[in-house]
Design a protein around this ligand. Structure first.
Ligand code: NAP
Length: 276
């Protein structure tokens, strides 16, 4: 059994991006917009800015108060949309109550949508004409590619159908010629479906939900979930300790998919800047 080391691969990719940025005359610029003072969002934003420094992406940080109006948020996004120094715009979600995230996100031009959440970028993904793709699922694909996993014709099961994780994950796997089943909270016979998976991707946000009896011998298990267990320790959606001996490859939490997400944000910021 291989434990997929997302931290190590992520460091390697960041080093390669750094080299690319150093060699280029263009210096990518990423604007990070935080509205309010949600502690988790503050940590995410801090980590994103740290990653920018590491790779050589210029970061522009904007913090609006909890009381900011929809108009103030959208005015800032319009300003960033028009700013040539800014190649990518990230609006940290969730927004404080009362603000319309969908309407705000619509102010981010598609070519600066480094989160890949816009309707246009999702549409392109569905048409197998990917441009800027959501960072977490993209990170999973990079991990699988680095592990030399051939997805063609394999049964892939995705647990979770969120617009930002589960759906783009399923679409990427489908575009890579896997046969994809997407499960959600209304799915019947979930265990049987999971047992048929050559590649099982869990993105539901339920601590240690995927148990050994749900997994096929030799399967590849990718755990996107970030939860806290009964002792307050970070854990994934997969019962790692009991599942790991049954599978051929598995991502740990932490240290698996997590580090790849911010690295893919840097990848997307560079892609947007270099117009690749
Ligand atoms: P989300 O928006 O809450 O979506 C959860 C999905 O899981 C929904 O589609 C839901 O089904 C499904 N689900 C919930 N309970 C289920 C159950 N018992 N059986 C089957 N399906 C179930 O969450 P998300 O944003 O996609 O995130 C999922 C997890 O990934 C979270 O733990 C989050 O923290 C983590 N995450 C990690 C990263 C990273 O960088 N590693 C990035 C993003 C998210 P319905 O649609 O029917 O409600």
């Amino acid at each position: 059994m291989d434990i997929i080391d997302g931290k190590a691969y992520s460091a390697k990719l960041r080093a390669a991006l750094k080299e690319k940025v150093e060699k280029s005359a263009i210096k990518p610029g990423l604007a990070v917009v935080l509205v309010g003072c949600d502690p988790a969002s503050q940590i995410y934003v801090r980590n994103k800015i740290k990653a920018c420094e590491e790779v050589g992406v210029r970061s522009y940080s904007y913090v609006l108060p909890e009381t900011a109006t929809q108009e103030e948020v959208e005015n800032l996004l319009d300003k960033l949309a028009a700013d040539e120094q800014v190649n990518g715009i990230l609006l940290q979600l969730p927004l404080p109550k009362g603000l319309d995230a969908e309407s705000a996100m619509a102010r981010i031009p598609v070519e600066k949508d480094v989160d890949g959440f816009s309707a246009e970028n999702i549409g392109l993904l569905c048409l197998h004409k990917e441009d800027l793709v959501a960072c977490t699922p993209l990170g999973v694909m990079k991990l699988l590619e680095n592990e030399g996993v051939d997805l063609c014709g394999k049964n892939a099961v995705v647990l979770g159908r969120s617009d930002t994780v589960g759906k783009p994950m399923a679409m990427l796997l489908l575009n890579a010629n896997a046969t994809v089943t997407v499960c959600h909270s209304k799915t019947k016979n979930l265990k049987d479906i999971c047992k048929n998976a050559d590649i099982l991707v869990a993105a539901i946000g339920r601590p240690k939900f995927v148990t050994a009896d749900m997994v096929k011998e030799g399967a590849i298990v990718i755990d996107i979930g970030i939860n806290r267990d009964e002792n307050g320790k970070i854990c994934g959606d997969v019962d790692f300790e009991n599942v790991k001996d049954k599978v051929s490859k598995i991502t740990p939490v932490p240290g698996g998919v997590g580090p790849m997400t911010i690295t893919m944000l840097m990848y997307n910021a560079c892609k947007a800047a270099f117009k690749e």
